[in-house]
Design a protein around this ligand. Structure first.
Ligand SMILES: Nc1ncnc2c1ncn2[C@@H]1O[C@H](COP(=O)(O)OP(=O)(O)O)[C@@H](O)[C@H]1O
Ligand SMILES: [Mg+2]
Length: 144
């Protein structure tokens, strides 16, 4: 949060934190931080008139494996199915000057390397929700 505080202060975006996973994940701290900053910057950019960004963490189970689910939901512009289908492609951007189109491509690579997945659902005019699933870290040395 401190790293995006300046951006948030300039925007009319309210942030809700609903963080209940309470578990460590098997992903590099700095890399996960980079992924979350990417999602927050994208969300703020999708809400030029302001809106709400909800960050949520929960424990989950996928194929009997304990996971942490992190979601970032915004009330922004949303995306058409055509755009949604390309957002993880390198250099795909709908932003003219602000965008490199690399944020989500790099984010997916980092999350995949951490043994997880990242996906998005979106409705034009309503908003977007990104979901990251990561294995819970097992202090015994392996991802459980
Ligand atoms: N929260 C969001 N709401 C609406 N569109 C989004 C959101 N996040 C990403 N996008 C779309 O995905 C594209 C790719 O995002 P990204 O890889 O971060 O590149 P960039 O932000 O540089 O354009 C964006 O240009 C935008 O069209
Ligand atoms: Mg971006």
């Amino acid at each position: 949060m401190p790293l995006v505080q300046h951006l948030l202060a300039k925007s009319r975006v309210a942030v809700d934190l609903d963080l209940e996973a309470g578990s460590d994940v098997a992903m590099n701290h700095t890399e996960l931080q980079q992924v979350l900053i990417n999602l927050m910057v994208n969300a703020v950019q999708a809400m030029p008139e302001g809106g709400r960004l909800t960050l949520r963490t929960r424990r989950d189970t996928v194929d009997d494996r304990p996971m942490v689910r992190i979601s970032a939901r915004d009330t922004g512009s949303g995306m058409s199915p055509e755009v949604l289908g390309r957002i993880f492609d390198p250099f795909f951007t709908t932003k003219r000057s602000e965008g490199t189109g690399l944020g989500l491509s790099i984010s997916r690579n980092l999350v995949t390397r951490g043994g997880g997945t990242i996906s998005a659902e979106s409705e034009p005019g309503k908003g977007t929700e990104f979901t990251i699933l990561l294995p819970v870290f097992d202090p015994g040395g392996q991802a459980l």
